[in-house]
Each structure stands twice: as C-alpha cells, then as structure tokens.
Design a protein around this ligand. Structure first.
Ligand SMILES: Nc1nc2c(ncn2[C@@H]2O[C@H](COP(=O)(O)OP(=O)(O)OP(=O)(O)O)[C@@H](O)[C@H]2O)c(=O)[nH]1
Ligand SMILES: [Mg+2]
Length: 469
C-alpha cells in the first residue's frame, strides 16, 4: 500500500489546495458529516434539516436565516453518486399516510445551496454570496468498519470471538469456527460456509439490538455480494500459519476488505468533513437494556477513534491537515420524552460518549451536545394518575394507527445510574423500565413557509454552520 498511498496523498493534496482556494474565494462549501449507527436517525435528520432550511418558518434559533435570500437544491458535486432522495423521504414523512423512510441501503449525496446577503462591512456594496452545504447519507452498518482500519486480522478475530462467544445468536458459528484448523490448506467450500454462518450470526445479532456488527458490508453487501472480499470470518489463531493455509487466506481477504472497501469509503466521505453531527439513539439503547447501552458505548468509542488525527499514518495523510471544526453530539428521537427530561437525556449521552470523545481527541474542534427530534411525532400532555401529574407525550402508534399517551419512565439525572449497571454487565435495570413506543410521523398540514415539526434542529443548525451564513 506504501507507494500508492503516498502518491495518492500528494495528488489529493494539490487537488485539495486548488479546490479549497477557489471554493474559499467564490463559492464556499460546508461538508457536513452525518455520523450514526444504523437506525440512529441519519436519513430522517437529513430530510428534516433540509426541509426546514428550504422553509425556515420553524428555525427561529438559526440566526443567519434572516440573511438567506434563497435556498435551493442543486445537482450534487459527485457525478458518480446517486442523489439523496429528499423528495421521496419527505413525501413519506409528510404525505397522507405518513411513515418513516426505509433503512438506507446505499450511498447518496445532496447539495443544498444558499444565496446569502452579506453582512457587516460588505453589506452596502457587495452582492449576495453563495454557500453550499453538502451532505452524504449511507447505511449505518458501514460506519462500524471505520473501527477495523487499524486492526489486524488477528486482533479483529480475537476481539470478535471473545465478545460473541457467549451470545446465543453466535452458537452455530462458534461451533464451526472452533472446529476449524486455520493451519490447514484453504478449502473454498469451507471458507464460504464459515462466511455464510458468520453473516447469519451478524443478521441475528443486529436484530437482537447489538451494534458491534462488523464487517458492515456483510449485512449490506450491495454489488460486492459473493466476492472474495466478503468471504472471510474471524478464526481462532492456529499454532502455525504455513503458506496457502486457511488463516493466511482469511487474513489476506480481510486486508483486501479494508483496503478496497473501507478505505475508499472513509477517504471519500469522512476525511473531507468540516462539520460533523454524531447522532446517537440513546433512548433506544436504554429501552433495550443495560447490555445494549454498554454495547453502544463501546461501539461509539471504536468508531469515533477513527476520527483521531495522527492515529494512523494513512488516515493522517487523507486528512491533509484538515480538522473537523465543529462536532455536535445529538441524542435523537427526543420527542419520545417530555421536554422536562431532555436535559437528563443529553447528560446520559454526554457521559456515554465521554470515552469516545477522550480517545478521539477532538482537540481543536468546538463540541456541543443536545437532544433533538428531526421529525417531531408527538405532542406533550400532562396526565393525572393517582394524584400525581405525569409529564407524557401523545402520538399515533405505528402498530395500530391509534393515538396513545405514553409515560416513558423517569430518566435519572445522574448518568451513572444508567452507565454503571451497563458497565457492570447487568441483565436488566434495577429500579425502572424505560418504555419506548413506536410512534408514526404525525399527520400535519404545514403552513406556507414552515418546514415539518422538529425539536432543536434550528439550534443544531446554528451550532453546525450558523457562523458561515
Ligand atoms: N419519534 C421519532 N422517531 C424517529 C426520529 N428520527 C428517527 N426516528 C425513528 O428511527 C428510525 C430510524 O431512522 P432513520 O433516519 O431511518 O435512521 P438511519 O440512521 O438513517 O438508519 P440506517 O439507514 O439504517 O443507517 C425511523 O424509522 C424512526 O422510527 C424522530 O425525530 N422522532
Ligand atoms: Mg438511513
């Protein structure tokens, strides 16, 4: 990889410098990275944000909004990527029978452009300037692969086998993996059987709520299905690894997966980010129980470590000295809670990501944390029960289509009450259960000039790129 990546780095450096000079002078571009595991809420966030930037009636906290003369969608800069299906997703969320968009299966990109009235000194004589906001959407499963970039096959195998050994979903795979001798000559049939069994384990683990399901393309292979880069599996290390043995071939394919699949994804879509939002479905994890919370904590730490500059020679060269300037950590789906609990939710997320933030070393970047709902599906309601007033939310259930009022339980204001049992490996929460109902997007008629209802998207936008408007 040595020479290739050096020249690649040089070319990119020159290309990057030319692009950034002309961009800075004429039409600056903000590349917004939307980072989140599968189901974290990326697609709904992008759709809700763009809809509320096109119609800014519900964006009072985005201060620069007053200077936006026009916002419009443009053909995106990358001719080889499909366009993010903004219209389709918005129609799903706000149509006659509103529903959530499908899980994302491939990459797509969108460019939103603004014509902005200049402010300050230039206001009196300069014409409006242009600003582009580029956003990429991708399946959350692929994000996990960033954690593989600096792991060898041996380390990944060992980590994975140790973590999954006790999971019931992994028993079939563990049985054949343990029986395998990696020192024996490669047999393609057995290799395929191992990969297939490991893939079914990954599907079962994901369905059970685990987030640590690598390699991500095993779950969503796209046009790579059946190729050798997707035909490997973790194996116990054999005592010796003669040439042509199964272990060595697995290792070669794992390295090819990193070099040919993960590296380009990271280089093309993450290394160029200026501003980043990290979406975390903390509520979903709390609802699933302590083990899901711990798994989320560890997975996010692994994933965010990939953004640490200097961590890895190759990664550093792609960053080209660029740094993410601002990072917003957002707990999504906050409309499941009454606003009186939002501060507690934000606190839990911050505590949950503390390790990740320390390890990732976001030094130099400004960070913030908040709870958001990209599409608010509920309204708040206070219910009297046994003389106690409960702060609830009301919405339309996905399962029955009927209205329901939910009291999710009280989130502790001390995050340790959640994180400590999770770290200690508790099976269930001791004192409480945290319920979460599947609400469908609300039927609503939007006033002209208003985007769909949300919670704090305006504050999120203000933090992320308000300074550039
Ligand atoms: N109530 C509520 N639910 C939300 C909100 N945002 C997302 N959800 C729920 O979370 C699910 C996943 O959201 P997506 O935006 O599709 O998640 P994603 O990160 O794009 O997921 P992948 O495409 O699988 O990586 C949705 O189907 C909704 O059920 C929100 O603001 N409010
Ligand atoms: Mg998606």
């Amino acid at each position: 990889m040595g020479l290739l990546s050096v020249t690649d780095g040089l070319a990119r450096g020159v290309e990057g410098a030319v692009a950034s000079v002309s961009e800075q002078l004429f039409e600056p571009v903000i590349r917004l990275g939307v980072t989140g595991l599968s189901r974290a809420g990326k697609t709904v966030f992008i759709t809700g944000l763009v809809a509320n930037l096109l119609n800014r009636g519900r964006m009072p906290q985005l201060r620069g909004a007053a200077r936006i003369e026009a916002a419009y969608l443009q053909p995106q800069p990358d001719d080889t990527l499909p366009r993010f299906d903004y219209e389709g997703h918005l129609a799903a969320l706000t149509g006659d029978v509103p529903h959530w968009p499908d899980s994302t299966r491939a990459l797509s990109e969108l460019r939103l452009s603004f014509r902005v009235r200049p402010s300050g000194f230039f206001a009196s004589f300069a014409g409006p300037r242009k600003l582009h906001l580029d956003i990429v959407d991708y399946p959350g499963e692929w994000l996990l692969d960033l954690a593989l970039l600096d792991k060898s096959y041996a380390a990944w195998s060992e980590d994975t086998l140790t973590r999954i050994a006790k999971r019931p979903q992994a028993q079939d795979f563990m049985a054949i993996a343990r029986a395998e001798d990696g020192a024996l000559r490669l047999d393609e049939g057995r290799t395929q059987a191992l990969a297939a069994q490991f893939t079914s384990y990954l599907h079962a683990a994901r369905a059970a709520g685990y987030s640590d399901c690598t390699p991500g393309r095993f779950l969503l292979p796209g046009d790579l299905a059946g190729s050798p880069v997707l035909t490997f599996a973790p194996l116990p290390a054999p005592a010796s690894t003669p040439r042509g043995c199964l272990w060595r071939e697995m290792e070669r394919r794992y390295e090819a997966y990193k070099a040919r699949v993960v590296t380009p994804f990271f280089r093309d879509h993450f290394a160029k980010i200026d501003r980043q939002i990290v979406l975390v479905d903390v509520l979903g994890a709390i609802h699933s129980g302590p083990q899901a919370v711990e798994d989320l904590r560890r997975t996010m730490a692994d994933v965010l470590a990939a953004f640490r500059p200097g961590r890895n020679r190759f990664l550093t060269s792609w960053f080209n000295g660029r740094r993410v300037e601002k990072i917003l950590f957002a707990a999504t789906k906050a409309d499941h809670l009454h606003h009186s609990q939002h501060a507690a939710l934000t606190g839990i997320m911050e505590a949950l990501l503390r390790d990740a933030r320390d390890r990732a070393d976001f030094a130099g970047a400004r960070t913030a944390a908040m709870s958001i709902a990209s599409l608010r599906a509920t309204v708040e309601e206070t219910v009297l029960r046994d003389g106690v007033s409960l702060a609830c939310v009301r919405g339309r259930l996905m399962s029955t289509g009927k209205q329901a009022v939910m009291y999710p339980g009280a989130l502790p204001t001390d995050p340790a009450r959640i994180l400590a049992p999770a770290r200690a490996g508790a099976e269930a929460w001791l004192d409480a259960d945290f319920a979460m109902m599947g609400f469908a997007p609300a039927r609503s008629i939007l006033k002209a000039g208003d985007g769909p209802p949300h919670i704090r998207l305006d504050r999120a936008a203000e933090f992320l790129f308000g300074d550039r408007l």
